[in-house]
Design a protein around this ligand. Sequence first.
Ligand code: F6P
Length: 328
Amino acid sequence: MNNVTIKRIGVLTSGGDAPGMNAAIRAVVRGCVYHNVEVEGIFQGYAGLIEGDFKRLNERSVAKILGRGGTILKSSRCVEFMSSEGRKKAFAQIKKNGVDALITIGGNGTLTGAHIFTEEFGLPIMGVPGSIDNDLFGTDHCIGFDTATNTVVDAVDKIRDTATSHNRLFFVEVMGRSSGFIALKSGIATGAIAIILPEDEMSVEELVDTLTRSESSGKTSSIVIVAEGSKSGGAYAIANAVTKKHAQYETRVSILGHLQRGGAPSCYDRVIASRMGLGAVEGLIEGKTDCMVGIINDRETYTPLKESISQTNVPNRDELRIARILSI
Ligand code: F6P
């Protein structure tokens, strides 16, 4: 608990942007206005915190951003904040700008920085999980994951059209860093014949067995979803390994890349971002600190940052079993 009377909150977004971050910023700003707390937008993530890139925000500053992708505060991956010198400079800016508490919206790296920062300087901090990777412990879903997954489903549906026309085997690589959430959910939703996850690898032999079995019942084209963090080395590596041994396959590879991070946030992401943004403000006002706000079983929760960054959410293994049964 913190004993600080919170009169001014700083808010920043850091790391990989995620659809719904703007909705979270809006909720933080309007939550502050509702509770008579001033709010400073900090631009460019931790880099802007170090450089003093602050701007006072009000309820109108966040008008019409609820449905926009990206982050109006901009973002960065800031190496300087990883050093104690960098964090000292950042804290000097906190003091200079009269900020009593900080809300950081981002993924594992962002929340790791936040945890170290609050431990070093005692500044009350609340993390908000914004990451398409969906790997933070202490929430059922991170902001951006639902939108990113729907973007992947839309792209794979299109790839399937051409795969079907040409009787081809497509390997589609999706983001997620070392986590397989996007791959698993989108794999089920698009009927992928196989899903290669960091959490559950599949050998080339197993994959070829699966393909052969489906071919024997008349299947002529297939989609394999590959998580970028899989130990296989990615979609190109698996595709090459398959064609090396089984030249009969006409394979193609599609790396979906950063399009997965863009676009208008889904309804679900807008709603959880709104709830978590307000939850972050109210948690700080109630005296909570060094926590991540999340939603578990439809209820706002506050998990110590230490736990949310050291443990990871893992995909539901039963969903993998379901995918295998249904994708024949
Ligand atoms: O953490 C979000 C994420 O999009 C990962 O899925 C991906 O591995 C990484 O960021 C890409 O980072 P960058 O935008 O810095 O290339």
